[in-house]
Design a protein around this ligand. Structure first.
Ligand code: HEC
Length: 186
Protein backbone atom coordinates (compact mmCIF):
# COMPACT_ATOMS: atom_id res chain seq x y z
CA UNK A 1 0.00 0.00 0.00
CA UNK A 2 1.49 3.33 -0.96
CA UNK A 3 1.05 6.75 0.62
CA UNK A 4 -1.63 7.85 -1.82
CA UNK A 5 -3.73 4.79 -1.12
CA UNK A 6 -3.44 5.49 2.58
CA UNK A 7 -4.49 9.09 2.15
CA UNK A 8 -7.35 8.20 -0.13
CA UNK A 9 -8.56 5.51 2.24
CA UNK A 10 -8.46 7.96 5.13
CA UNK A 11 -10.38 10.64 3.29
CA UNK A 12 -13.14 8.33 2.10
CA UNK A 13 -13.56 6.98 5.62
CA UNK A 14 -13.88 10.54 6.94
CA UNK A 15 -16.56 11.37 4.42
CA UNK A 16 -18.63 8.36 5.40
CA UNK A 17 -18.22 9.11 9.09
CA UNK A 18 -19.25 12.73 8.63
CA UNK A 19 -22.60 12.03 7.01
CA UNK A 20 -25.26 12.33 9.73
CA UNK A 21 -28.04 9.74 9.92
CA UNK A 22 -30.66 12.27 8.82
CA UNK A 23 -28.65 13.14 5.74
CA UNK A 24 -28.13 9.48 4.92
CA UNK A 25 -31.87 8.98 5.21
CA UNK A 26 -32.59 12.00 3.01
CA UNK A 27 -30.04 10.74 0.50
CA UNK A 28 -31.81 7.40 0.43
CA UNK A 29 -35.11 9.13 -0.16
CA UNK A 30 -33.59 11.21 -2.93
CA UNK A 31 -32.20 8.08 -4.55
CA UNK A 32 -35.63 6.49 -4.43
CA UNK A 33 -37.12 9.57 -6.09
CA UNK A 34 -34.40 9.65 -8.73
CA UNK A 35 -34.88 5.94 -9.38
CA UNK A 36 -38.60 6.44 -9.93
CA UNK A 37 -37.95 9.35 -12.30
CA UNK A 38 -35.35 7.26 -14.13
CA UNK A 39 -37.81 4.43 -14.62
CA UNK A 40 -40.21 6.83 -16.35
CA UNK A 41 -37.66 8.29 -18.77
CA UNK A 42 -34.44 6.29 -18.91
CA UNK A 43 -31.36 8.36 -19.76
CA UNK A 44 -29.72 7.49 -23.08
CA UNK A 45 -27.79 4.37 -22.06
CA UNK A 46 -24.08 4.09 -22.75
CA UNK A 47 -23.59 7.65 -23.89
CA UNK A 48 -20.23 8.69 -22.55
CA UNK A 49 -19.51 11.36 -25.15
CA UNK A 50 -19.72 14.23 -22.64
CA UNK A 51 -17.25 12.52 -20.30
CA UNK A 52 -14.99 11.76 -23.26
CA UNK A 53 -15.02 15.42 -24.33
CA UNK A 54 -14.12 16.48 -20.80
CA UNK A 55 -11.19 14.03 -20.83
CA UNK A 56 -9.88 14.80 -24.31
CA UNK A 57 -10.74 18.47 -24.73
CA UNK A 58 -11.94 20.58 -21.83
CA UNK A 59 -9.70 19.17 -19.07
CA UNK A 60 -7.10 17.84 -21.52
CA UNK A 61 -6.19 14.85 -19.34
CA UNK A 62 -4.83 13.24 -22.49
CA UNK A 63 -1.99 15.79 -22.52
CA UNK A 64 -0.34 13.67 -19.80
CA UNK A 65 -2.28 10.40 -19.75
CA UNK A 66 -2.64 9.84 -23.50
CA UNK A 67 -5.95 9.67 -25.36
CA UNK A 68 -6.38 6.06 -24.29
CA UNK A 69 -5.31 6.53 -20.66
CA UNK A 70 -2.23 4.40 -21.19
CA UNK A 71 0.10 6.97 -19.62
CA UNK A 72 1.59 7.79 -23.00
CA UNK A 73 1.19 11.57 -22.84
CA UNK A 74 4.61 12.03 -24.37
CA UNK A 75 6.60 14.15 -23.98
CA UNK A 76 4.76 16.02 -21.22
CA UNK A 77 4.83 13.07 -18.92
CA UNK A 78 7.17 10.40 -20.21
CA UNK A 79 5.96 7.31 -18.44
CA UNK A 80 5.08 9.21 -15.28
CA UNK A 81 1.34 9.78 -15.57
CA UNK A 82 -0.26 6.74 -14.04
CA UNK A 83 -1.65 4.31 -16.51
CA UNK A 84 -5.35 4.94 -16.00
CA UNK A 85 -6.21 1.69 -17.80
CA UNK A 86 -4.61 -0.14 -14.90
CA UNK A 87 -5.97 2.00 -12.07
CA UNK A 88 -7.17 0.08 -9.04
CA UNK A 89 -9.06 3.06 -7.62
CA UNK A 90 -12.81 2.82 -6.98
CA UNK A 91 -15.24 5.59 -8.00
CA UNK A 92 -14.94 7.84 -4.93
CA UNK A 93 -11.13 7.71 -4.71
CA UNK A 94 -10.96 8.47 -8.45
CA UNK A 95 -13.09 11.57 -7.86
CA UNK A 96 -10.84 12.58 -4.95
CA UNK A 97 -7.65 12.19 -6.99
CA UNK A 98 -9.03 14.37 -9.79
CA UNK A 99 -10.40 17.06 -7.47
CA UNK A 100 -7.36 17.09 -5.17
CA UNK A 101 -4.52 15.98 -7.45
CA UNK A 102 -1.67 13.92 -6.05
CA UNK A 103 0.54 15.88 -3.61
CA UNK A 104 4.16 16.05 -4.61
CA UNK A 105 3.51 15.00 -8.22
CA UNK A 106 2.52 16.66 -11.50
CA UNK A 107 -1.08 15.40 -11.18
CA UNK A 108 -3.05 18.68 -10.95
CA UNK A 109 -5.93 19.56 -8.62
CA UNK A 110 -9.02 20.12 -10.76
CA UNK A 111 -11.14 21.56 -7.93
CA UNK A 112 -10.09 25.20 -7.66
CA UNK A 113 -11.08 25.23 -3.97
CA UNK A 114 -8.94 22.19 -3.12
CA UNK A 115 -6.84 22.63 0.05
CA UNK A 116 -8.70 25.79 1.12
CA UNK A 117 -10.43 23.53 3.64
CA UNK A 118 -9.61 20.05 4.87
CA UNK A 119 -11.71 18.13 2.35
CA UNK A 120 -8.60 17.02 0.38
CA UNK A 121 -6.83 14.28 2.35
CA UNK A 122 -7.52 16.31 5.52
CA UNK A 123 -4.92 18.89 4.57
CA UNK A 124 -4.79 22.60 3.73
CA UNK A 125 -2.36 24.38 1.46
CA UNK A 126 -0.10 25.66 4.26
CA UNK A 127 0.52 22.14 5.56
CA UNK A 128 1.56 20.83 2.15
CA UNK A 129 3.93 23.65 1.25
CA UNK A 130 5.64 22.95 -2.07
CA UNK A 131 3.86 19.59 -2.37
CA UNK A 132 0.54 21.27 -3.21
CA UNK A 133 -0.53 19.80 -6.57
CA UNK A 134 -0.43 22.36 -9.41
CA UNK A 135 -3.50 23.93 -10.99
CA UNK A 136 -4.24 22.38 -14.39
CA UNK A 137 -2.90 23.90 -17.61
CA UNK A 138 -6.43 23.48 -19.00
CA UNK A 139 -9.22 24.45 -16.61
CA UNK A 140 -10.70 23.45 -13.27
CA UNK A 141 -13.81 21.26 -13.15
CA UNK A 142 -17.14 21.44 -11.30
CA UNK A 143 -17.94 18.40 -9.10
CA UNK A 144 -20.63 17.31 -11.52
CA UNK A 145 -18.13 17.37 -14.41
CA UNK A 146 -15.65 15.33 -12.40
CA UNK A 147 -18.32 12.71 -11.74
CA UNK A 148 -19.25 12.49 -15.41
CA UNK A 149 -15.57 12.19 -16.28
CA UNK A 150 -15.05 9.40 -13.75
CA UNK A 151 -18.06 7.51 -15.09
CA UNK A 152 -16.52 7.74 -18.56
CA UNK A 153 -13.15 6.50 -17.27
CA UNK A 154 -14.75 3.57 -15.46
CA UNK A 155 -16.83 2.59 -18.46
CA UNK A 156 -14.35 3.13 -21.26
CA UNK A 157 -10.79 3.30 -19.93
CA UNK A 158 -10.06 1.61 -16.59
CA UNK A 159 -9.49 -2.11 -16.91
CA UNK A 160 -9.61 -2.06 -20.69
CA UNK A 161 -7.60 -4.59 -22.73
CA UNK A 162 -4.75 -3.40 -25.01
CA UNK A 163 -5.68 -0.61 -27.43
CA UNK A 164 -7.34 -1.71 -30.68
CA UNK A 165 -8.10 0.09 -33.94
CA UNK A 166 -11.81 0.02 -33.00
CA UNK A 167 -11.18 1.75 -29.66
CA UNK A 168 -9.13 4.39 -31.45
CA UNK A 169 -11.94 5.11 -33.94
CA UNK A 170 -14.53 5.08 -31.16
CA UNK A 171 -12.54 7.58 -29.08
CA UNK A 172 -10.94 9.84 -31.68
CA UNK A 173 -13.31 9.49 -34.62
CA UNK A 174 -13.61 7.41 -37.75
CA UNK A 175 -11.39 9.66 -39.84
CA UNK A 176 -8.25 9.45 -37.74
CA UNK A 177 -5.81 7.67 -40.04
CA UNK A 178 -3.18 6.93 -37.40
CA UNK A 179 -5.70 4.54 -35.78
CA UNK A 180 -4.66 2.05 -38.46
CA UNK A 181 -1.42 1.58 -36.50
CA UNK A 182 -3.33 -0.35 -33.83
CA UNK A 183 -4.27 -4.00 -34.32
CA UNK A 184 -7.88 -4.79 -35.21
CA UNK A 185 -9.97 -6.28 -32.40
CA UNK A 186 -10.16 -10.03 -32.53
C1 HEC B 1 0.31 17.61 -16.09
C2 HEC B 1 0.09 16.20 -16.32
C3 HEC B 1 -1.24 15.61 -15.89
C4 HEC B 1 -2.51 16.01 -16.24
C5 HEC B 1 -2.93 17.18 -17.11
C6 HEC B 1 -3.42 15.06 -15.62
N1 HEC B 1 -2.72 14.13 -14.90
FE1 HEC B 1 -3.51 12.59 -13.84
N2 HEC B 1 -1.64 12.07 -13.19
C7 HEC B 1 -0.47 12.66 -13.59
C8 HEC B 1 0.65 12.01 -12.94
C9 HEC B 1 2.12 12.36 -13.12
C10 HEC B 1 0.08 11.01 -12.11
C11 HEC B 1 0.83 10.02 -11.23
C12 HEC B 1 1.00 10.57 -9.86
C13 HEC B 1 1.78 9.58 -9.01
O1 HEC B 1 3.00 9.55 -9.16
O2 HEC B 1 1.14 8.82 -8.29
C14 HEC B 1 -1.36 11.07 -12.30
C15 HEC B 1 -2.27 10.26 -11.65
C16 HEC B 1 -3.62 10.20 -11.94
C17 HEC B 1 -4.57 9.28 -11.34
C18 HEC B 1 -4.26 8.22 -10.30
C19 HEC B 1 -4.28 6.86 -10.96
C20 HEC B 1 -4.02 5.73 -9.99
O3 HEC B 1 -4.62 4.69 -10.17
O4 HEC B 1 -3.22 5.91 -9.05
C21 HEC B 1 -5.77 9.53 -11.92
C22 HEC B 1 -7.10 8.82 -11.67
C23 HEC B 1 -5.59 10.62 -12.85
N3 HEC B 1 -4.28 11.01 -12.83
C24 HEC B 1 -6.60 11.15 -13.63
C25 HEC B 1 -6.47 12.31 -14.38
C26 HEC B 1 -7.58 12.96 -15.06
C27 HEC B 1 -8.99 12.40 -15.14
C28 HEC B 1 -7.09 14.09 -15.61
C29 HEC B 1 -7.87 15.16 -16.34
C30 HEC B 1 -9.02 15.71 -15.62
C31 HEC B 1 -5.66 14.13 -15.32
N4 HEC B 1 -5.34 13.05 -14.57
C32 HEC B 1 -4.80 15.12 -15.75
C33 HEC B 1 -0.34 13.72 -14.48
C34 HEC B 1 -1.38 14.42 -15.05
Amino acid sequence: MNGLDDMVERVTRQCRARMPVGAAHAAGLLLAILASVASVSPPPAQDFSYGRRLYLDKADCSFCHGWAGDGAGQPQSPGRAAKLRQSQLARDPLITVIQCGVPGTAMPRFDDLAYTDKSCYGMIEAELGDRVPPLPHSTSLQSRETEVLVDYLRARVVGRAPITREECFETLGERVRSCAEYPAAR
